[in-house]
Design a protein around this ligand. Structure first.
Ligand SMILES: Nc1ncnc2c1ncn2[C@@H]1O[C@H](COP(=O)(O)OP(=O)(O)OP(=O)(O)O)[C@@H](O)[C@H]1O
Ligand SMILES: [Mg+2]
Length: 403
């Protein structure tokens, strides 16, 4: 999978974004730059949530959160959210996500079928048109138009007399494959999109109430982290890379041990998978050897210093060491391959040498992925050609009187 092009006409801070990530470029690693507040994180989260969450009912809440405030203007029948081109199986597949006002469909379907069955269901505190409640007529209408229903959402939190006024429907139109294959394609795509970001940033896919907790008193903040952990558990493609994924590493050691033992049963000789992991990890941290504790409950590090061997644990590592190791473990042991990997603020905690080095690390650790790296680091950009570096330009929006 390769993200070839992203177009975002107007979403939050993003205006007229149109970025091409050339599929011929080697390595397929693209730094994404802008001033602070230019929209890098917004763009990565939008791509991730649209591609990772659109097709799975248990993740749709994250998309609805992100869409909050995405209003269709009164003079519009629809509003384009994003157009994403994916290079897959030797062809370009274009996915167009657009929002439609609920009224537009109601009117259109009423005309078409006299009496449409598109009815909003009122839950306790939000409106939803559940997918299984969409009548067959509506579904066949969507199919005939080449459209796929993604979700409905409230355009605004403001109170209106009639809740229908605020309801909108997000649909997607896919060019390049038949509509009957669209759902399967989106399912496959959702497994191949990943986002890594520091836990300390604000995530637009959490609900607004939850995000507000971060800026309140201390015990509210701890509630925020509970919500954040819950969101992480529902988003397998998301990784907050500030902490070493110790569990993943333990799993990798256990799998290597089992493979070695199986080989001993089959051939009489133990395999070298365990040794291979030790050697790989040694290369990541240079002067420290990583090993699993003998009870298989954690990992430890040994450092040879002045003839003495010092034992260390993950909590003893430096911020940069932890981050480098965690990126390595995440890519290697989650088997992230042939994927679109979006990484925000990758350079934080790295010395300029390691900022430069991370490009060859990614190439070496998981070479079959495409990487889009939101960054402020010149050192990182210098490890690639200038054409690899993509920018979100701040466009000056003219005051209305000048239009
Ligand atoms: N609804 C909105 N409409 C327009 N702009 C918005 C909206 N919501 C937030 N913003 C602006 O979007 C910006 C946040 O964008 P984002 O976090 O994506 O930037 P960034 O490029 O990642 O910045 P940094 O480099 O500092 O991390 C802020 O400047 C904020 O004021
Ligand atoms: Mg950012």
């Amino acid at each position: 999978m390769h993200l070839q092009r992203i177009q975002v006409p107007d979403f939050r801070v993003l205006k007229d974004v149109d970025i091409i990530f050339e599929k011929e470029f080697e390595p397929p690693i693209f730094p994404l730059g802008s001033l602070n507040g230019g929209g890098k994180s917004t763009l990565l989260q939008l791509i991730f949530i649209l591609l990772h969450c659109s097709i799975k009912p248990e993740q749709i809440e994250f998309l609805k959160n992100l869409l909050q405030g995405f209003k269709i203007r009164e003079d519009e029948d629809k509003r384009v959210l994003a157009i994403i081109d994916i290079w897959h199986s030797e062809k370009t597949i274009q996915i167009n996500f657009s929002s439609y006002p609920y009224f537009y469909f109601k009117h259109l379907l009423n005309e078409k079928y006299q009496n449409s069955q598109l009815n909003l269901k009122y839950n306790d505190d939000y409106i939803s048109i559940r997918q299984d409640e969409i009548s067959q007529k509506i579904e066949s209408y969507f199919t005939s138009e080449g459209l796929l229903y993604i979700c409905d959402y409230k355009q605004t939190e403001e109170l209106y007399n009639n809740e229908e006024e605020t309801a909108a429907i997000l649909l997607c139109h896919i060019d390049g494959i038949d509509i009957t294959e669209a759902e399967y394609f989106l399912q496959e795509l959702s497994k191949q999109v990943f986002l890594a970001a520091p836990a300390t940033q604000v995530f637009l896919f959490l609900s607004q109430e939850c995000r507000k907790l971060l800026f309140r008193k201390e015990n509210d903040q701890s509630n925020y982290y509970l919500h954040f952990e819950e969101a992480k558990s529902k988003l397998p493609g998301f990784f907050a890379y500030d902490f070493v994924a110790v569990e993943l590493l333990i799993e990798a050691f256990i799998a290597a041990r089992d493979r070695d033992f199986r080989q001993a049963i089959e051939t009489g000789e133990y395999g070298n998978n365990y040794q291979a992991i030790l050697n790989e990890l040694k290369l990541v941290l240079g002067n420290k050897k990583v090993n699993i504790t003998t009870d298989f409950s954690g990992i430890s590090f040994t450092l040879d210093k002045d003839g003495e061997t010092i034992e260390l644990y993950p909590e003893d590592l430096s911020h940069g060491e932890l981050k480098r190791l965690s990126i390595y473990i995440w890519l290697k042991y989650r088997n992230i391959e042939d994927a679109i990997v979006l990484m925000d603020e990758i350079e934080i905690a790295f010395h300029p040498d390691w900022q430069y080095q991370i490009i060859s690390d990614l190439k070496e650790w998981a070479p079959n992925n495409q990487y889009i790296l939101a960054t402020h680091s010149y050192e990182l950009c210098q490890a690639l050609t200038p054409s690899h570096v993509k920018e979100i330009e701040p466009k000056l929006i003219k005051p209305e009187s000048q239009n």
